[in-house]
Write a protein that binds this ligand. Structure first.
Ligand code: NOJ
Length: 540
């Protein structure tokens, strides 16, 4: 058992592993646990502290594993529970943590509970789900998968009633008003925590309860139950953590931290599109505003920042006008759009322009929060918008230039690896980049290493240094004890000169040690080439 620093997650680098795509050890075309184990050194060497392992439960894969048909098993092609345990042990042996996905809002329509409910409405499982004769009930609840769903109700022929689902109809929502469901889910947590994992990324938590006259999000009942889960974890599995997936405004996500008695971690969804907007518009005012609108959170809690993940780049938390702007700028081809978002990966989104990409990374490494990286984005993997749903951003990891990018020896993989083009595996892969000191991979590793070497960047207080109606240069200080780092970003394509308030003394760029600047009379002057950024540590 690893000794745990109880607040390790507050300044950690997370890395998202999509198990189907990561590494296939047995040549069946699917990634698997053994494959992940074989690449753990790579993940550790990147500087990762915690792996977020995406769903590995048995599933018909109608929502790529977020439709669970057995909460206490593993999807067969991934291996066995024993392999899962081995994975956990191997992660811990390397000094890392592992959290996995917990999907409690809904299960798969193939789950025996739903099958039993449909086949026999008098069975106790009927009440595990939410039924109605009237498809207009809870009409204030929005539809999430707007491209394909017309309603959150689907009529079940066998039962003769409608059942409730916030996502696909193949994902019936569980009924949290039923105490048995609440208990079942607690036992699911216990099952996985008993296998030694360090916590969960909890999926779709705002939607657990439904109440007439509300939008069915963030309800008090939902918070009360989530607090029970946290209590269970604190009592029975101390040191384990909960990461909240709530695509909501900062003040609403902040509610999920409770008084430090609900989630320890929460994704900062609204920040993410604003990083892209700030870079695209060459003006960071929207980023600054959302950070100012972000409330303080309890001491044991932390935001998780990110640039991309396995879903569409969500534009739910922006205005209609900004959404149109983002679509026009980053998804000119309608095929790139999905629901209220953009189904593309980081490098293609930024036209492979390293300056813009690294500006984005610099934001998540220097703003408060634990950054979450999406597998493949460290090398600049491509996307394939011809693939169904969000699969185009979930293609096989590009390990080397061989068949299937080294992901699998199979003739056919569950999704084709991207071979051609600037972001295909022939030109973009781990093996090549490991050998090139200036590769995307090695530059990112360096940024991570530097970020981790600074207490201020990890947990320092945030102090804004520039403000205004337009923010062409984004500058702030992070201060922690004796460590002060000023992060300054030229968001524009032109040269900029800035004057920042700073304590007198010498500042050295952590990213380029030969660069030193002096602050005098409380002012620091800098000339910034287009898209330049610096992490300036006060050295004396
Ligand atoms: C959020 C997950 O990230 C997404 O992939 C999934 O489709 C929905 N929740 C439903 O579980």
């Amino acid at each position: 058992m690893m000794t745990k620093n109880q607040q390790w997650y507050k300044n950690a680098i997370f890395y998202q592993v999509y198990p189907r795509s990561f590494m296939d050890s047995n040549g069946d075309g699917y990634g698997d646990f053994q494959g992940i184990i074989s690449r753990l050194d790579y993940i550790r060497d990147l500087g990762v502290d915690c792996i977020w392992l995406q769903p590995t439960y048995p599933s018909p894969l109608r929502d790529d594993g977020y439709d669970i048909s057995d909460y206490t098993g593993v999807y067969e092609p991934f291996g066995t529970i024993a392999d899962f345990k081995r994975l956990v042990a191997e992660v811990h042996r390397r000094g890392m943590y592992l959290i996995s996905d917990l999907v409690i809002n809904h299960c798969s329509s193939d789950h025996p509970w739903f099958q039993a409910a449909r086949n026999d409405p008098s069975s106790k499982y009927y009440d595990y789900f939410v039924w109605s004769d009237d498809p207009n009930k809870y009409s204030e609840a929005r539809i999430i998968f707007v491209d394909s769903q017309k309603s959150n109700w689907t009529f079940d022929e066998k039962v003769g009633k409608y059942f409730w689902h916030r996502f696909y109809p193949t994902q019936p929502d569980l009924n949290f008003d039923n105490p048995e469901v609440r208990e079942e889910m607690k036992n699911v947590l216990r099952f996985w925590l008993d296998l030694g994992i360090d916590g969960f990324r909890a999926d779709a938590v705002p939607y657990l309860y439904e109440r007439e006259g509300t939008n069915g999000e963030n309800l008090p009942e939902t918070h009360a139950y989530l607090k029970e889960l946290r209590k269970l974890m604190d009592t029975e599995y101390p040191g384990t953590v909960l990461l909240c997936e709530a695509n909501q405004w900062p003040r609403d996500v902040a509610e999920y931290f409770g008084d430090g008695d609900e989630f320890q971690l929460g994704f900062h969804f609204p920040l993410m599109p604003r990083i892209f907007m700030s870079i695209g518009k060459q003006d960071a005012s929207s980023l600054l505003q959302i950070m100012k609108d972000t409330p303080d959170i309890p001491d044991g809690c932390q935001w998780c920042t990110f640039l991309r993940n396995h879903d569409e780049l969500t534009l739910e938390m922006v205005t209609e006008e900004d959404r149109q702007w983002m679509w026009n700028f980053y998804a000119p081809d309608k095929e790139m759009r999905m629901n209220l978002g953009i189904r593309r990966r980081l490098y293609p989104l930024m036209d492979n322009d390293r300056k813009r990409i690294e500006l984005g990374y610099s934001c998540i490494f220097t703003l408060p929060g634990s950054p979450v990286l999406y597998y493949g984005d460290e090398i600049g993997m491509g996307d394939d918008i011809r693939q169904f749903d969000r699969n185009g951003v979930r293609t096989p990891m590009q390990w080397d230039g061989s068949k299937n990018g080294g992901f699998s020896t199979a003739d056919e993989t569950y999704l084709p690896a991207i071979r051609d083009g600037a972001n295909g595996y022939l030109r973009t892969n781990v093996a090549d980049q490991e050998n090139d000191p200036d590769s995307n991979l090695n530059r990112l590793k360096r940024m991570i290493r530097i970020r981790k070497s600074s207490e201020a960047l990890g947990s320092g207080k945030l102090i804004w240094l520039l403000d205004g109606a337009a923010v062409p240069v984004l500058a702030y200080a992070r201060e922690s004890g004796r460590d002060t780092v000023i992060a300054v970003h030229n968001m524009t394509e032109t040269d900029r000169s800035v004057l920042l308030s700073a304590a007198d003394g010498t500042y050295r760029d952590l990213l380029n040690e030969s660069l030193e600047v002096e602050a005098a009379d409380g002012l620091l002057r800098m000339e910034l080439p287009p898209r330049a950024f610096h992490w300036l540590r006060k050295v004396n």
